[in-house]
Design a protein around this ligand. Sequence first.
Ligand SMILES: Nc1ncnc2c1ncn2[C@@H]1O[C@H](COP(=O)(O)OP(=O)(O)O)[C@@H](O)[C@H]1O
Ligand SMILES: [Mg+2]
Length: 358
Amino acid sequence: MTDTVKPSFSCEDLLESIAEGVIAIDTDSRICVFNQSAEKLLEVSRSLVIGRPLGEYFKRNPRISELLKATLEEGRLFAEYGEKLFRRITGDTIPAGITTSQLFDAEGNIQGAAALIRDLSGIKSLEEGSLRKERLAYLGTFAAKVAHEIKNPLSGMRGAAQLLSRRMADPGHKEYLEVIMKEADRLNTILNGMLNFTKPAKLRKKPFNIHKALDAVAFLMGDEKLSIFIRSYDPSIPDISGDENQLKQVFLNLVKNAKEALGEGGSIHLTTRAITEFHIVEGGDKGRMVSIEIRDNGCGIRPEDMEKIFTPFFTTKHGGSGLGMAITLNIIKEHGGHLKIDSAPGKGTSVTVYLPLA
Ligand SMILES: Nc1ncnc2c1ncn2[C@@H]1O[C@H](COP(=O)(O)OP(=O)(O)O)[C@@H](O)[C@H]1O
Ligand SMILES: [Mg+2]
C-alpha cells in the first residue's frame, strides 16, 4: 500500500507552472532555485543567479535576502511580508507579498530556505496618490451639501405621494404612486450612502466576533438561497476590536457585489484567517491581522475598470450607486486595515479585507 500517487509531472514542472515566484537558497546562502515566475517578477534571468551568493543579485531588493537569511539562520518565518520589488529591466516597482519557509531533508536537517513571492499589483494600498485624496476631499464636501439639499424636498415628495395613495381609489393610479415612493426610497438610500461616505460616523470600537458578524450578513443577503455561501472560518481568531455596525456595512457591500456578480449556480466563499508578521506596506503595520476573504465565481472585473471601482459613483450596473466600494475602503481605512482585490473577467473576484488584531 502506498499513500502517495505518482503524478505525471515532475516537481520541476510544478515549480515552473505556479504563478508565484520561488527562490530557494542552500545552507551556504547560494541560490539554488529560481523559477520562471521569479524571473518574470524581478526581470532577472535565472542563468545569472543560480549558484550565486544571495545578495549579489538582490542589491536593489535587499529585503528578499534579509528575509531568506532570517529564515535560514534564525528560523523566523514570514507570511505575506509586504514589499515593493524593484524590477531590473523596466526599473519600476511592484507590490509583492513574500512568504518564507525553511527547507528540511527527510532526516529533518535544515537544508536551506525558500521564499514564495506573490505579485500584489492588484492591491489597493490605502496610501493612494494625492490626486485621489484631493479629489475625494473635494467631492466629499460637495456631495454632502448636495445630499442634504436633496433629502428634504425628497421626503416631502414621498410623504405627499403616500398621502395621495391612501386617498386613491383606482388601483392603477395607486400603483404609479407606489413607484414614486419606491424610487424615492431608493434615492434616499443613495443619499444616506453619500452622507455616510463623506462624513463617516465616529468609530464606536468594541470587541466583537467577526464570524457572527459575517453570518449575520450572509443571512441578510442569502434569503432563501443561504446555500450560495460556503463558509470556512478560522476558529482561532479572537474577537476583533472595531465598529461592528460599520464593518457589517463593509461585508454587506462586498457580499452584495459578489451576489450581484453571480450567474446561475454561482457561490460565494467566505474565508477567515489569522495572519502573523503581516507587513503590507513598507513601514506599515506590524503584528497580527485577520483576513476576511469574500470570493465569488461571478462575472469578474475588467482590468480597465479595476482602477475605477473605488471612485465614488463609478458603477457598471443599471441602477447602481457606485458608492459601495468607496464607502467600504473608507471604513476599512478608518480601522487601520487594508483591502486587496483580485479578479479575472468571466472567472470571478476575490476581495480580501485585512483588519488589525488588537
Ligand atoms: N465582486 C464583484 N464582481 C464583479 N464586479 C464587481 C465586484 N465588486 C465590485 N464590482 C464592480 O465595481 C463597481 C462598483 O461597485 P460599488 O462601489 O459597490 O457600486 P455598485 O455596486 O452600486 O455598482 C460595480 O459596478 C462593479 O462593476
Ligand atoms: Mg455595490
